[in-house]
Design a protein around this ligand. Structure first.
Ligand code: ADE
Length: 426
């Protein structure tokens, strides 16, 4: 860590000399982010965020770097911190600081104390807009710095878990500014959560273990958009997939999608690989670990690591050993071994590189447009969780489709009339 080293702008990163490789990574991602690029080019001309102090608390990846660069092009005085201790790409952080003059406070493997310290450094920036991923910055500001609330124009939230927290704040009367639920835009969760998490979670599991998934039993815990994606891709590689759910509608959906559905306690002795994607706490708990077979692999791809009760697992354990990078083997009193990947942190970002750029293109186009929307609508939005206007979703989808070289049909005047009429029947 180089808090004391000279960097181009204030920062705390692993090593500024990694910047040449980081720049290549950022440019590599940019090739697959044409929508965000167009927004960046417009922002550079129109400066919709001129002088706005902005904190982005996101996974510090090559894709997030492109968002930060677009925000800066729009005139924002932006700084970036990590939304997870294990997800930072250190070369990317170095390039943002050295090549793009954007302050970053993050390095891969930072401990919780440092993570919290970085949240506080971000708040010392006195943000007017917060782009959050998991709601840690907004929750900290609300709890610990009420005097800064009046400075906030609004916040945006990237992830399902964060939106659940924002809605809880709203219910408790604690949400003191308009918040945009970016995750709930169709061009975000239809693609990022399903195809992004689907592919990158499998990528993380494979990079951490190099196991063959064909023929293995993969237990997908939670059948939201992310779980659907992981189940689909695991099946695509030949795994036998079991889905566990608490929501009866989703359970039917999983069943009709062709998966076995059962309570997790029954799946525990059957699974070779377990992946949690629920947004909830201690979903895989001590009784589940006790029933797992020798060599079971367990990981999480939900936002926070607390989906796995690793404290409970530690109590069943006689020894622990790191057997590969991002793979820690717990030997239980029973003699059986359970392998936990990525310390229970998001496996797609801990052991792999997160979602591919082409889906983050739409997610971060939403983030950039949400920041602009908050500035344009200053003082007009209520202190509640809002959706982005559907026209922006349509605009992002239209730009993306165009960039993919795909044309679609348009409604004829006759069709428009028909769709607007109740009188015409058979
Ligand atoms: N969340 C999941 N994948 C990501 C990525 N590549 N960049 C930023 N946030 C992410």
């Amino acid at each position: 860590m180089t808090a004391t080293m000279q960097t181009k702008v204030p920062s705390q990163i692993k090593d500024p000399s990694l910047s040449p490789q980081g720049r290549k990574q950022i440019e590599w991602a940019e090739r697959d982010m044409p929508v965000l690029k167009q927004i960046r080019e417009r922002f550079a001309k129109e400066k919709p965020l001129q002088g706005i102090r902005l904190v982005a608390c996101c996974h510090v990846t090559k894709e997030t770097a492109n968002l930060a660069i677009a925000l800066k092009a729009g005139g924002a005085d932006a700084i970036l911190i990590a939304s997870n201790p294990l997800s930072t790409q250190d070369d990317v952080a170095a390039s943002l600081v050295e090549d793009y003059g954007i302050s970053v406070y993050a390095w891969k493997g930072e401990d919780i104390k440092t993570y919290t310290n970085h949240v506080n450094i971000a708040l010392d920036h006195h943000p007017q807009i917060i782009i959050d991923d998991g709601a840690d910055v907004v929750a900290t500001l609300t709890k610990e710095r009420p005097q800064q609330i009046s400075e906030i124009l609004g916040s945006t939230e990237e992830t399902t878990t964060g939106i659940v927290r924002m809605k809880a704040m709203q219910r408790d009367g604690k949400l003191a500014w308009p918040a945009i639920a970016v995750n709930d835009a169709q061009t975000k969760h239809f693609f990022d959560n399903r195809y992004g998490t689907g592919q990158s979670t499998i990528d993380g599991i494979i990079r951490a273990t190099n196991i063959l998934l064909a023929g293995r039993t993969v237990v997908v815990v939670g059948y939201g958009w992310c779980g659907r994606g992981v189940a689909m891709r695991a099946r695509g590689l030949g795994a036998n997939v079991i889905v566990t759910e608490v929501n009866p509608v989703r359970a039917i959906e999983a069943n009709l999608d062709g998966y076995r559905v059962m309570p997790l306690i029954d799946a525990a002795p059957l699974g070779d690989v377990f992946v949690t994607l629920t947004g909830n706490r201690h979903v895989i708990d001590t009784p589940h670990f006790e029933k797992m077979k020798d060599g079971a692999i367990v990981c999480n791809s939900g936002h926070f690591d607390l989906e796995l009760n690793l404290g409970g697992l530690a109590q069943l354990t006689t020894s622990k050993e790191v057997v590969r990078p991002f793979a820690e083997q717990y030997t239980l009193k029973s003699g059986r071994r359970v392998i936990v990947l990525g310390e229970g942190r998001l496996i797609n970002l801990a052991a792999a590189e997160g979602h591919p750029a082409s889906v983050m293109d739409m997610s971060f186009a939403n983030q950039a447009l949400a920041a602009e929307y908050l500035v344009k609508n200053k003082g007009k939005l209520s202190n509640a969780v809002h959706l982005l206007p559907p026209e922006l979703d349509q605009e992002i989808a239209t730009l993306k489709l165009k960039s993919m070289g795909i044309g679609i049909d348009t409604l004829t005047p006759e069709m428009v009339t028909y769709m607007n009429s109740w009188e015409i029947g058979t």
